[in-house]
Design a protein around this ligand. Structure first.
Ligand code: 5GP
Ligand code: MG
Ligand code: MG
Length: 183
């Protein structure tokens, strides 16, 4: 798709690439200090967290293992179903690990609260969450999230890993998808 066509499908750019990278550097410095000397494992939630994981992990000063979990709660729609399905499980034993879940966005919070319970039952030493984006007005359940990039309005966004019907993930900014695209 050409740039002009893409621009017509977005309404507002909420977070730019520059803002994202500055924030990732800031959070990486906090995480490096908080986990100094600890056995840290990053767990990315596929597919949305791919871009965050790639840039965040490279902003960390030391090498760190990462694993991936694929869950689905959305399909091609724009509202959470609340039903979480494991599509790909972890390869790593969590016993004794300090887990940091890396997420693209917390919307209803249903996916994360399910994941937190699931990981807690696998013997991790500690579990914290880093979400690049959060929609405070969309929360259905409270999720303790230690590291947050940006709070955004309750609108459907795409870009920087976030998709609509598998499109738009490779946009560099996070933008509101124009309602005419999906309504
Ligand atoms: P939850 O509602 O369970 O917090 O969100 C589950 C997942 O739905 C998120 O990890 C994300 O992949 C997707 N999601 C939530 N809000 C949005 C959004 O505004 N745009 C896109 N593209 N995906 C979203
Ligand atoms: Mg996600
Ligand atoms: Mg999606």
């Amino acid at each position: 798709m050409r740039a002009a066509d893409i621009a017509d499908q977005l309404s507002t750019v909420l977070v730019t690439e520059e803002q994202i990278h500055a924030k990732l550097d800031e959070i990486a410095a906090r995480v490096a200090a908080d986990y100094a000397g600890k056995d840290l494992l990053l767990i990315g939630v596929l597919k949305g967290a791919v871009m965050v994981m790639a840039d965040f992990s490279r902003a960390l000063p030391e090498t760190v293992p990462m694993d991936w979990m694929a869950v689905s709660s959305y399909g091609a729609a724009t509202k959470s179903s609340g039903v979480v399905q494991i599509r790909k499980d972890l390869d790593t034993d969590l016993h004794g690990k300090h887990v940091l879940i890396v997420e693209d966005i917390i919307d209803s919070g249903l996916t994360l609260s399910w994941l937190l319970e699931n990981f807690a039952s696998r013997g991790a030493e500690s579990i914290e969450v880093f979400a690049l984006l959060r929609k405070p007005d969309a929360a259905k359940v409270h999720v303790d999230c230690k590291y947050i990039g940006f709070d955004i309005p309750n609108e459907f966004v795409v870009g920087y890993g976030l998709d609509y019907a598998e499109g738009y993930r490779n946009l560099r900014d996070v933008a509101v998808l124009a309602p005419h695209v999906y309504s």
